[in-house]
Design a protein around this ligand. Structure first.
Ligand code: GLC
Length: 663
């Protein structure tokens, strides 16, 4: 049962697709205070658990920290980070006497003090007094989540090839660099389905242009790649370069499609291309206009995109430059600066990136009126990606495209996936990825993955092996790294066969991973589940923060510490351990309870639940070459219901897509 509570006159975020009438009484369970912004307080007992909040740091159970729903361009994803790239304000609260879900549909900053200030209180607060709150009662976490997911609409479904292994780097700067990456994999028979083009493929970082010196005729090159079953996936950034003669810039100015400053002039800010304007994705005409531009690249044979810098990221604005001039002028004649003066200068220049002042300084022209960006901040990346999805659907309505975004809000899950942004080559970020998966799934984001091997810092061989051993289970499987960091393609390291075996296992699992993905999308279920949801009566399972269930059959427990012999694994029921060693699989039946499982860094171990079976195919160099017909079942069960379709068209509900496999 889902109920809607309206505060003030909320902006319609279109997070929900269900039409839910507003209740007239108070939000249940919470004590509500509307005097200074909005404040919702819930008393907690020490055994109560709180799940959700999508892309956020720390545990699967979110208790004990302060989180903020505010799309943030912050690569420092440490324990102390309050907000990441996405704002996903949905939680499931499990208390002794009840379990319920709550969605705060708040397009601006919202704070979740989850037993942080007071160990026995959840306090949710917003400055914005105009929001919708939804309460969902049910008898289990699964039931509540299914009801919520039903109300927010079906999750995005990528093409089958997007489940292959993909390689990225900022940047493969020309055709030869891309060819070398493909050859590096193909020579060693390491499967690969796509190579990403980061910002340097463009002409001076201008969206929908191609640097023809470096990439020649992109259509020709995309075809050359496709002959090897490789797709090229270019990046698109939010900011449009200000440059005379650049059609996207000129059309945007002419039609009033850019966000404006307080005086109604296009807002100017610096991102990768230098000074840019931001398309007003909250204006449906601008959204349609920008979305149709993707056709420039699809006409060249491109079938996938990643949308970036769409919080939006702002290095500094023209306004900051003007103020900086004033400040510099103020001290220009001074030979010496006092410490206070020095701090003033340092403070000013050091705080310009993504600053509050800039987010308060530009506006959107929406069908619901003119709004300050700050009040709709969380909807920007969502609507950029919606623009792409709608544009692509207008061009080719029956075809699936790969699409994922950095910034997001609930509602965007209908249009694309996400990657979790700029992480680091840190061991803690393997665990961080594992822990974020269920929360994302709860909020509808199923096509998800982290930069494998880590984006920032130097990747080591053992880190990549261990991270891939988790990455083989995530729908988006992409190795990506920042410029200036060590090369981290698998073939750059010693004994590349170890990497090949792990990625081969991914390809063997694709029929299963795809099938579970599709079932989760079509039924509003989670693909990655905390043990707590499946075994709510089992206290150990409820407190397990480093293992997950994948689909209905598998449990994963990856190693996330360096130089480890293996790890402790808790089996909440009898399971079959599947071990991949040098490309071969072996099986061991294990009893419910605690075990130390040895897992050398070039082996993978995962678990199949008692009485369940999963399909495996043979590996291949790309998803196109996978023989998905010849499947073998492994595990102690005798049957599995497979979902399979052509992987590219949109006939999802055809009953023929389901097939019962038996041993
Ligand atoms: C941002 C993205 C990253 C990309 C870089 C250059 O930091 O998050 O993935 O490589 O920009 O485009």
């Amino acid at each position: 049962m889902i109920k809607k509570y309206v505060f003030g006159t909320p902006f319609d975020t279109e997070a929900m697709v269900a039409q839910i009438p507003a209740e007239s009484d108070a939000v249940p369970y919470f004590c509500t205070d509307t005097s200074d912004g909005l404040r919702f307080t819930l008393e907690l007992e020490s055994s109560d658990a709180i799940y959700g909040l999508g892309e956020s740091v720390r545990g699967i159970n979110k208790r004990g920290y302060l989180y903020k729903g505010f799309c943030s361009d912050d690569p420092n994803q440490t324990e102390t980070t309050n907000s990441l790239y996405g704002a996903h304000n949905f939680m499931v609260i499990e208390q002794k006497e009840r379990i319920f879900g709550v969605f705060f549909d708040c397009p601006s900053l919202i704070s979740f003090d989850v037993a942080f200030t007071y160990f026995d209180k959840l306090i949710v607060s917003t400055e914005n007094k105009n929001i919708n709150v939804y309460i969902i009662d049910g008898s289990s976490a699964y039931e509540i989540i299914r009801e919520f997911r039903n109300a927010i609409g079906m999750s995005y479904i990528p093409p089958m090839w997007a489940f292959g292994y993909t390689q990225s780097r900022w940047s493969y700067a020309d055709r030869d660099s891309v060819r070398r990456v493909v050859k590096g994999h193909r020579d060693l028979n390491i499967p690969l389905d796509a190579v990403y083009l980061d910002i340097d493929y463009m002409e001076r970082f201008k969206d929908f242009t191609v640097d023809s010196k470096a990439f020649g005729d992109l259509e020709e090159f995309a075809n050359e790649m496709k002959e090897q079953n490789i797709r090229l996936v270019p990046i698109i950034d939010a900011g449009v370069k200000i440059e005379d003669g650049y059609d996207v810039y000129e059309e945007g100015v002419e039609n009033g499609y850019f966000c404006t400053d307080k005086d109604g002039k296009p807002f100017e800010a610096c991102v990768w291309p230098g000074m840019t304007h931001f398309p007003d994705f909250l204006n449906p005409d601008a959204r349609l206009w920008f979305g149709k531009k993707y056709k420039i690249l699809t006409d060249m044979g491109i079938e996938g995109f990643w949308n970036d810098m769409n919080e939006p990221a702002i290095f500094y604005s023209q306004n900051s430059v003007d103020n900086a001039h004033k400040l510099v002028k103020k001290y220009a004649d001074k030979e010496e600066l006092t410490l206070k003066e020095f701090e003033e200068l340092k403070g000013y220049f050091g705080s310009r990136q993504n600053c509050d002042e800039d987010y308060s300084g530009f506006y959107h022209n929406t069908p619901q009126g003119r709004y300050c960006h700050k009040d709709l901040h969380n909807l920007y990346g969502y609507n950029m990606t919606r623009s792409a999805a709608e544009g692509l659907a207008a061009t080719e309505p029956h075809k699936r495209f790969l699409l994922f975004s950095r910034a997001s809000y609930i509602g965007m899950h209908r249009y694309s996936g996400i990657w979790t942004g700029d992480n680091h080559s840190w061991w803690s970020h393997i665990l961080a990825e594992l822990r974020v998966l269920p929360g994302l799934n709860m909020c509808g984001f199923l096509y998800v993955g982290a930069d494998l091997g880590g984006f920032g810092c130097e990747c080591t061989r053992d880190l990549l092996l261990r991270w891939l051993s988790l990455g083989i289970f995530t729908p988006l499987m992409r190795n990506h790294a920042a410029c200036g960091t060590r090369n981290q393609e698998c073939y750059q390291f010693e004994n590349p066969q170890d990497f090949k075996h792990i990625i081969d296992l991914r390809y063997r699992l694709i029929p299963y991973i795809y099938s579970e993905y599709m079932k989760a999308a079509l039924n509003g279920d989670m693909m990655f589940k905390p043990l707590a949801f499946e075994y709510p009566e089992d206290e150990t399972a409820r407190h397990t923060e480093d293992q997950l269930l994948l689909g209905n059959e598998v449990m994963i427990a990856p190693v996330y510490t360096q130089n480890a012999l293996g790890r402790y694994v808790y089996l909440p029921e009898d399971m079959t351990a599947v071990r991949m060693k040098e490309g071969n699989l072996s099986f061991e039946d294990m009893k419910k309870g605690h075990h130390f499982v040895e897992i050398p860094e070039n082996e993978v171990v995962f678990f199949i639940r008692a009485g369940k079976a999963i399909p495996l195919c043979k590996s291949a160099e790309s998803t196109t070459e996978l023989n998905k017909e010849s499947l073998e079942l492994i595990g102690s069960g005798n049957e599995y219901t497979l979902y399979a379709d052509d992987g590219i068209s949109k006939d999802y509900t055809n009953p023929e897509n389901y097939r019962k496999l038996t041993k």
